[in-house]
Design a protein around this ligand. Structure first.
Ligand code: THU
Length: 160
């Protein structure tokens, strides 16, 4: 028996304006996308923006449904939109932001487990890390250097 240590690190920025320019600009695209979210049930609007290494930015937002489980998260809308348009894409980074009409979202909102799993497939295939940058509506911004650093012991195609 042995115990192992799992390390992952994140950079915390005190607010949006501390971000490097490329990340700041990408987060603004995510904010624009968030404003167009369709979230009449949860009132929790999420926006995501991906920067591809061809320079293209692809955005997405959550799309809810009266049959609740039929809705979809912003991150998966964005990455599937990107993957369907650019099947050979390399994703450099993704910015994510969330805001609610019910409460002030003032702490960073990380991607849900299903979105982490979905993003991990792309990170593994492209053999290059995807930086994840996430925030609420205001307040701190978290940046991690890869998706897999957020998802230790993840499931992948090697098990199949
Ligand atoms: N949501 C996202 O868009 N991304 C996440 O990573 C977590 C949750 C959406 C789904 C749903 O429309 C709303 O937020 C509340 O869960």
């Amino acid at each position: 028996m042995k115990k192992i240590q799992i390390n992952s690190s994140a950079t915390i920025f005190e607010n949006l304006s501390e971000l490097p320019k490329e990340d700041f600009d990408l987060m603004h695209c995510a904010i624009e996308a968030r404003r167009k979210a369709y979230a009449p049930y949860s009132k929790f609007n999420v926006g995501a923006a991906l920067l591809l290494n061809n320079g293209k930015i692809m955005t997405g937002n959550n799309q809810e449904n009266a049959a609740y489980p039929s809705g979809m998260c912003a991150e998966r809308v964005a990455i599937w939109k990107a993957g369907s348009e650019f099947p050979d894409m390399i994703v450099k980074k993704i910015a994510i932001t969330a805001a609610s009409s019910e409460t002030e979202v003032n702490k960073p909102v990380g991607p849900c487990g299903a979105c982490r799993q979905t993003l991990s497939e792309y990170e593994i295939n492209q053999k290059q890390p995807i930086e994840i940058i996430f925030m609420g509506e205001i307040g701190q911004v978290v940046k991690t250097e890869s998706l897999l650093s957020l998802l230790p012991f993840s499931f992948d195609s090697s098990y199949l």
